[in-house]
Every structure is written in structure tokens, then in C-alpha cells.
Design a protein around this ligand. Sequence first.
Ligand code: PLP
Length: 372
Amino acid sequence: MTDQLERLDRLPLRTNLRGLRPYGAPQLDVPILLNVNENTHGVPADVRAAIAEAVTEAAAGLNRYPDREFTELRTALAEYLGHGLSADNIWAANGSNEVLQQILQAFGGPGRTALGFPPTYSMYPLLAAGTDTGYITGERASDYGLSAASAARQVRDLAPNIVFLCSPNNPTGTGLGLDVVEAVYEAGEASQTVVIVDEAYHEFAHDGTPSALTLLPGRERLIVSRTMSKAFALAGARVGYMAAAPEVTDALRLVRLPYHLSAITQATALAALHHRVALMADVEDIKRQRDRIVTELTRMGLKPAASDSNYVFFGGLENPHQVWQGLLDAGVLIRDVGIPGHLRVTAGTETETTAFLEALERILTGPGTASA
Ligand SMILES: Cc1ncc(COP(=O)(O)O)c(C=O)c1O
């Protein structure tokens, strides 16, 4: 990496990209991968068959550019989200990362700022840098919570052009109350702040958790972003989307590349949406494994955060890196998010989760233990 940085330094790179490191969660060849919050349950057989059929059909038309407006997909996504949304409210791109990038291209840029509340999703500052948007780091409480009053005060004081609210938050897994979203939106009135609620993991929330989608009517600066990478087990297909007022989708049309969603991507996403019953059953199992992790880590004397996502952030570790390495040696890759005393683990299948829990307990109770 140092070599890479030195090589980059020799180029006439934009000043705000100098010294930056690319997003780089390790991609290691390990039997049990619980490090990047993927859906560990794979694509169910009937969904796979439907995708294969749809892709074969789309392949026949690959000599033509795809539907630039991906109208069928926007209609299906609106129907999936409900809340009275229509295709006019929906936009999609290659992963919600690309949706977020397009939002920054349209509403951020040189001389503008985006506010995030770390610890939060590590791509926000990188997306800001890539679009030459200033990134401002806000503050959370010592337990990583974010109250409506504190978030609203920070938005009023800092007057950012964009604010990222990640709910459930990555890496902590905890959701934000809708009162926080409402307060931030109101506080951004004077500065006309665009409020992004990143709900990448919403489908994993406990039953009855409301979505910021309910707040969309009458709030034209509010954007709710979602992804098919997690609940729909389609991280490899790269499909993310957002819901907002129709004028926001018009703004994103100004910055998207023509035909940015391939015919193969559109066909894949549509097939998965039409065959989602088995996918949603897997989401329920993942939630059970997530809750099991929280219970078991508590029993082991660790401090897991409440999670509404498909991962668990836990503290109480004296030497997290030693635990991370011990798990890796046992064939289980989890994530060291660089927060003292903490690690993050994705909920796996029942077998994977058992392997993680057993390996962790062995490490914590073995010689030279690493728990606090
Ligand atoms: C909070 C959050 N938002 C967005 C994303 C991006 O997902 P994708 O680009 O695969 O849709 C992720 C991925 O891990 C995430 O954790």
C-alpha cells in the first residue's frame, strides 16, 4: 500500500485525493466469511432459476442498449416498497454506493459539504472525496447513540448541503428513531440540506420498526436509500435504489451515465423481486442467528450492541486484533472496524454462526485470553 501511495504521489492527482486509501475490506480465501455483512444464505434455487431464465432472455437483446429509464424495475421496486410510492419516486444504480455517489454528484461537489456521524459507513467520506465534497464529521454520544436534539443542533450549526443518517447504522447495527430524521430535516430547512437515510439493512430490523419511507410525503429534500445486496442476497449483482420526490430522481438523471443499469442487471433484479418469498424466509433465519449471537455474546461476558441489522457490533475485548486473528486462524473472517475494544460479525447460516461462537469461546477461555 505504501508503494501504491508513493506511485500515486508521482501523478498529478487532485489534491483532495492525495494520501487517501481505497475502500479495502480484506477479501481472503477463508471457509467462513462473516466480514462484510453479505447475505450468508445464498440465492435460493427457485430465485436462481428465475434469474437464469430472465438473463437468457435478456441476452437475446444485448446488441441493443438497455432501457435507460429501467421503468419495469422502478415500477417493481415501488410496488415492493409500498407506502403509496410509484415508479416516479424510484431511482436505481449499480449498488446503493452508486446511488449515494450520484446524490453527491448532484447535490455536493466543490465548495459544498456532507455531514456524517462516525462511527458510520466507511464509504461516506470516500464518496465525498471522489466528488470533491467536503466531509464533516459530526458527534455521537459515548454509547454511539444519536439523539434528535444533538443531530438537529449539529445540522443547524454546520449547515451542510447533505447529511448521511445511517439506520441501522454500520458498524454499530442500531437503528435511529424517526424523530431524529424529522428533527434533522427540519433543522436543515434554512441550509436546504438534503437528508439521506441509508436503510441498506432495513429488512433485518425487528418487526414493527418504522422506515423513513413513511416520512417522504411533503419532504422533497429527503432521500431513503436501500439495496438488494443484503436482504435480496444480490451483492454480486450490484443493485441499489432510493425513494424520494420525483424531482430528486430528475436531479440524478443529470449525473447518471447513459444506460448505467445493464439489461442483465435489470433482468436479474426483476427476477429476484418477483420471486422474493424464499429470500424473505432467509431474512427471518438471519434475524434468528443475529439474535442468537447477541444472546451468546452476552453470556460470554461481552457487550453486544442492540442490532436491527444482519450483523452484531460487540465490545468488551481487551485485544480485539488478537481475537480477530484467532478467529481467522480458526477459519472465520470477521471485521476489525478499528474501534478500540470492539469487533463486528455478520450473522451467518446456523452452522457458520455456531462455528463462530464456538471458536470465539475457545479463544476467550483459552490461555492468554483477550476479553476485558
Ligand atoms: C450502510 C451501508 N450502505 C450502503 C452500502 C452499500 O451497499 P451496495 O453498494 O452493495 O448497495 C453498504 C454496504 O455494506 C452499507 O453497509
